[in-house]
Design a protein around this ligand. Structure first.
Ligand SMILES: Nc1ncnc2c1ncn2[C@@H]1O[C@H](COP(=O)(O)OP(=O)(O)OP(=O)(O)O)[C@@H](O)[C@H]1O
Ligand SMILES: [Mg+2]
Length: 327
């Protein structure tokens, strides 16, 4: 377990040259062990630069980053990279061995792991990314893009890092592949208590997997909190060029009619539960119309607590509502 703290961290590429570029500005952030942190932001917002600090690949230009309260050098940069596994953006570009097995096991050479243990760990990592053992003796270059991506992720997982840092791991994968990789990672996190840091501009992924989200814009944090808090902070999200998930936008519209509803919800499953919660025992929340003939809308669902007037009794058990969304 490793806790990571960034204090007023700023980073400038090519400082002192005409190409100087400030990529991070005064970032203060704590990543507690076991958290799933999402880092959101448009292209160029600073996600990759932030993630590279987390595994000691970059050092701050000003401010500091500590791991369990100590700077990178106190841990040793090499040792730290073992504990914080970074899956680069387009990790498949880094495959280079003759076989998938050798590529996944590469990091274990020199780590004092016996061949038996290495074989066991490679199999576990392969399973964790949802690939079959039949791939182990194949060349990584003959795999599909999605398979290569999974092999590259397995090569980081095999080191059993305390913190897994993923830089847009699902970009370019088909929708099923995207969900599968993150589902595998979420399962591994639950099993081993690993901290996960995921950079993405996909807010649906944030809603589904992250416990905490930071939104970057021009190298600064413009919003942070739980996914629900961040989605509700619509102004900040919009200023960062992002949009909440589609289901959140629907919940925001519903809130105009149903003030009780939680409009920060970001997954369809949670939205279904929330809509049920709001309706349960309450009737549908829409005021009945005096005459059904005015709108002709008949709610076919029964709500025990909603009042029924004698005028409804000839509608075969139906009740009258104005644009009832349950129907
Ligand atoms: N090696 C570099 N030299 C100079 N500037 C750089 C370098 N790498 C990145 N930058 C600049 O730093 C800023 C942040 O880049 P970064 O790669 O961290 O963004 P990002 O949020 O990861 O974007 P993307 O979603 O496209 O991957 C950008 O303006 C980028 O142009
Ligand atoms: Mg990037």
């Amino acid at each position: 377990m490793l806790s990571i703290r960034l204090e007023n961290l700023s980073f400038c590429y090519q400082q002192g040259t005409p190409f100087e570029k400030t990529a991070l500005r005064n970032i203060t952030l704590t990543i507690e062990p076991g958290t799933f942190l999402g880092v959101a932001g448009l292209s160029g917002a600073g996600k990759t630069t932030l993630l590279r600090h987390l595994s000691g690949f970059l050092r701050p230009t000003s401010g500091r980053i500590t791991f369990d309260g100590l700077p990178v050098d106190a841990h040793g940069a090499r040792d730290l990279r073992r504990r914080v596994g970074l899956v680069f953006q387009h990790p498949e570009d880094q495959l280079f061995e003759e076989t998938v097995y050798k590529d996944i096991a590469f990091g274990l050479s020199g780590a004092g792991v016996s061949p038996e243990e290495a074989a066991e760990r490679v199999r576990e990592a392969l399973e964790a990314v949802g690939l079959g053992e039949e791939l182990l003796e194949r060349s990584p270059f003959g795999l599909s893009g999605g398979e290569k991506r999974r092999v590259a992720i397995a090569g980081v997982m095999v080191m059993k890092p305390s913190v897994l840092v993923l830089d847009e791991p699902s970009v370019g994968l088909d929708p099923r592949g995207r969900g599968e990789i993150l589902d595998h990672i979420a399962r591994m996190r639950r099993k081993r208590g690993v901290t996960v840091v995921l950079a993405t501009h996909d807010m649906e992924q944030m809603a589904r997997y992250a416990e905490k989200v930071v939104v970057l814009k021009g190298g600064s944090i413009v919003s942070e909190g739980t996914p629900r808090e961040v989605f509700r902070d619509a102004g900040a999200l919009e200023s960062a060029g992002l949009e909440p998930p589609r289901i959140t936008r629907l919940m925001m519209k519903l809130k105009k009619a149903l003030p009780d509803i939680d409009d920060g919800i970001g997954t369809v499953e949670e939205a279904a539960e929330e809509i049920k919660r709001v309706y349960r025992g309450k009737g549908c929340g829409w005021r009945r119309h005096d005459t059904r003939h005015a709108h002709g809308q008949i709610c076919s669902r029964q709500f025990d607590s909603s009042p029924v007037g004698p005028e409804d009794e000839d509608t075969a058990g139906g009740r009258l509502y104005d644009a009832c969304i349950s129907c």
